[in-house]
Design a protein around this ligand. Structure first.
Ligand SMILES: C[S@@+](CC[C@H](N)C(=O)[O-])C[C@H]1O[C@@H](n2cnc3c(N)ncnc32)[C@H](O)[C@@H]1O
Length: 165
């Protein structure tokens, strides 16, 4: 949960605000009751702070009533029971799979409004790799070293910020 919430902060927070155009999907595959998707939607979030413990409370509240039908537990925080493939389809194409050894982000064309897919502290299992490649995901790399998920997200944001500027 620490890894996921640090990644969510990297995806959503600026020094003095929230990236209103960013959305985070956290797919929770551990017990109890997996798989659960929690979406944090930047433009709807009201009480989102850098404080990991406060954000853990938002996630805990989102997980209270498991349902296949997505519900908003607090403004901007949505949850539902969905598999990895269903989560991809909810977040929507085009997909960019971030992976060591992928095409260098510095020279790659990046699609607009992409869903960037990262793993946690483990590699993507073969089934998830298959679901990504079935959906035409580009495989993009960020350099020669294995980075923490949150740092990988910061690099992607920086690249997109510079291209958009
Ligand atoms: C800590 S890494 C996990 C994979 C790691 N190789 C391991 O053995 O545990 C977390 C995630 O950040 C992204 N990532 C980390 N370094 C990367 C790099 N150099 N290029 C692209 N993505 C990277 C990938 O999505 C990766 O799954």
């Amino acid at each position: 949960m620490d890894i996921l919430l640090s990644a969510a902060n990297a995806a959503l927070l600026l020094a003095h605000g929230i990236r209103r155009d960013a959305e985070v999907g956290l797919l929770l595959l551990g017990p109890p009751g997996p798989p659960r998707l929690v979406r944090l939607v930047g433009f709807r979030l009201r009480s989102y702070q850098p404080d990991i413990r406060a954000n853990a409370a938002l996630i805990r509240r989102a997980l209270v009533e498991p349902s296949r039908i997505e519900r908003e537990s607090t403004p901007g925080v949505f949850s539902s029971i969905v598999t990895f493939g269903e989560a991809l389809d909810r977040l929507g194409p085009p997909f960019v799979s971030l992976r060591e050894g992928g095409k260098d982000i510095r020279t790659a064309d990046l699609p607009a409004d992409a869903t960037f897919v990262l793993s946690d502290n483990q590699e993507f299992p073969p089934e998830e790799t298959r679901l990504l490649s079935e959906r035409g995901a580009l495989v993009i790399g960020l350099g020669p070293l294995s980075l923490h998920t949150e740092h990988a997200i910061a690099i992607v944001h920086n690249e997109l910020d510079r291209r958009g500027a």
